[in-house]
Design a protein around this ligand. Structure first.
Ligand code: ADP
Ligand code: MG
Length: 332
């Protein structure tokens, strides 16, 4: 470790909050967490690589800090867990200024505060290449309340929170060098993890299976179906779309597939028995967060999309290509 890195870690340590659940935080060789009785400790890691997951000419560093926390916390939300602590490992480009490091860390701390998460440790290096960010988050869930991907049963209804496709739409704007509205920038650069929803679904025992949408409805739903050994029928008219997304659809109906295939929505996709419908509708009002029923679980095993006329619909492959080419281009 170089002197500069020592000072930086000191700075981080001074800013990190401590809490009862974190019996040992930054400063020792390991952090230590006290797991409450009857709870499980859940852990998830995400790697964010410059040029693969983000581009510094598209995002500011403060937003990137917030997003690094949110996308990780979203994985805990997807299990119904409460996020508690986070480890942050960074490879900071050698030409990064103190100001740039500060902006990124400000974003990280803003993200931590948003979800009430404690920074428990990490690792800090200089990178001779791109900016590298690795975030590991840990949280608690009551032993009997964990919501996994494999619990969906035939006849369950399929639900999704928030709206779909906004982040994918923002990405397509960035690719074509169009400016983002404040709404789309927020959805793409500073997504919000649905932690409170995830916990309520777990505590109230409402969902049979759940995951968070990071790669797009179509792909992520397939993961859930595969894990549960079932199929699904999704009604396209029921997909929740934002005002902004609908306005763009008026201009170019071809954008619709972004709601099915676009990534990084970080909404929760879950299944629930039909008897849970009134409770979920009430929860949606209480949380002031749209919860939309988009289809149902079938014996499957296939995933089918239907239009209002009952016609089967295949998303255009170009939507997938679109994202593949983004990834390719951003890897250059
Ligand atoms: P070690 O040599 O034992 O890996 P380090 O010098 O890398 O220790 O880190 C010292 C302490 O600072 C450890 O508790 C580590 O978890 C913490 N730390 C290092 N980098 C970060 C970071 N980017 N964010 C939070 N904590 C960090
Ligand atoms: Mg270290």
């Amino acid at each position: 470790m170089r002197v500069g890195e020592c000072e930086l870690i000191d700075k981080i340590r001074r800013r990190a909050r401590v809490g009862a659940e974190l019996s040992l935080g930054i400063g020792d060789d390991c952090s230590s967490i006290v797991v409450p009785p009857s709870h499980e400790l859940l852990t998830s890691t995400d790697l964010l690589l410059e040029g693969v997951h983000f581009r510094l000419d598209w995002t500011d560093l403060h937003s990137l800090g917030i997003k690094s926390v949110a996308v990780n916390v979203s994985d805990l939300a997807a299990m119904g867990a409460r996020p508690v602590s986070l480890h942050l490992a960074v490879g900071l480009p050698v030409d990064f200024s103190d100001r740039q490091v500060e902006q990124f860390l400000d974003g990280v701390f803003a993200g931590l505060d948003r979800y009430g998460v404690l920074l428990a440790g990490g690792d800090t290096c200089r990178s001779k290449g791109p900016l590298v960010i690795s975030v590991t988050v840990q949280g608690f869930c009551h032993r009997n309340q964990l919501i996994t991907r494999d619990g969906a049963g035939v006849g369950d209804e399929l639900w999704v929170s928030g709206t779909l496709g906004d982040s994918g739409l923002a990405l397509s704007f960035l690719q074509s060098k169009q400016p983002l509205s404040a709404f789309l920038a927020e959805r793409h650069h500073r997504p919000e993890a649905r932690t409170l929803l995830g916990q309520q679904l777990a505590i109230q025992g409402l969902a049979t299976a759940m995951l968070d949408l990071s790669d797009g409805l179509s792909g992520d739903l397939r993961h859930l179906l595969k894990a549960s050994g079932v199929g699904a029928a999704v009604e396209l008219e029921r997909l929740p779309l934002s005002k902004e997304f609908r306005a763009e659809l008026q201009r170019d109906p071809g954008l619709f597939d972004l709601a099915i295939c676009g990534g990084e929505d970080y909404e929760l996709l879950f299944t629930a028995g039909p008897e849970m419908r009134p409770t979920l509708e009430r929860l949606s009002v209480e949380m002031n967060l749209p919860l939309q029923r988009i289809g149902e679980i079938t014996a499957g095993p296939e995933l089918q999309f239907y239009t209002a006329d009952g016609l089967s619909y295949q998303p255009q492959i170009s939507a997938f290509d679109h994202f593949e080419s983004t990834k390719e281009r951003s890897r250059e």
